[in-house]
Write a protein of this length. Structure first.
Length: 179
């Protein structure tokens, strides 16, 4: 049982209704997470705008979803793990790639380094070592992409916390957390 009412579009404040309509157009439904966040039009706008802005960045959708599942697994957010696994599959990742990403791994050295860096940001609360950034640069990861990894981590941490705090019911196919 969620700790907050999951709003329908008609129940939300007028400032949230346009965002919810856009979300419904994008997903074909309004995922429960957005229905929980709709209590605050400002938070909903921030979240949806951030997804849109980062979607236009240098991180491709597949890698963005791999980062998201790694962060969700660290934060034990079953909602985001389920949602981003489904979205990763839609973006072309195999189930094996998503399972590997969930543990911060990849068979591709560049992706593995990016995922390791994203996981380090979460585990170390942003206090990463210089050698971690140097490793990314050795693999020709641009500073633009490094900044976007930090932004993805921040956005996914926000969504993880929303789902954990409010115990938002999962409305995507479940995925098992990994240790």
């Amino acid at each position: 049982m969620p700790r907050i009412e999951l709003l329908q579009t008609a129940q939300s404040k007028s400032q949230a209704q346009d965002h919810l309509s856009n979300i419904e157009s994008a997903f074909g439904m309004i995922p429960n997470m957005f229905r929980a966040v709709a209590h605050s039009p400002s938070a909903l706008k921030s979240m949806w705008s951030s997804f849109g802005a980062l979607g236009e960045g240098t991180i491709d959708p597949k890698l963005g979803e791999q980062i998201a599942v790694a962060i969700a697994n660290i934060n034990s957010c079953e909602y985001c793990l389920a949602a981003h696994t489904a979205l990763g599959r839609k973006a072309g990742a195999s189930m094996a790639e998503m399972e590997s990403a969930q543990q911060g791994n990849s068979t591709d050295p560049r992706t593995a380094a990016i995922l390791s860096f994203a996981c380090s940001i979460v585990k170390n609360r942003g206090q990463v070592a210089t050698h971690e950034i140097d490793r990314l640069r050795q693999l020709h990861v641009s500073d633009e992409l490094i900044v976007e990894v930090v932004a993805h981590v921040a956005l996914n941490t926000f969504t993880n916390y929303i789902n954990l705090v409010f115990e938002v019911p999962i409305d995507f196919p479940r995925v098992q957390l990994r240790k």
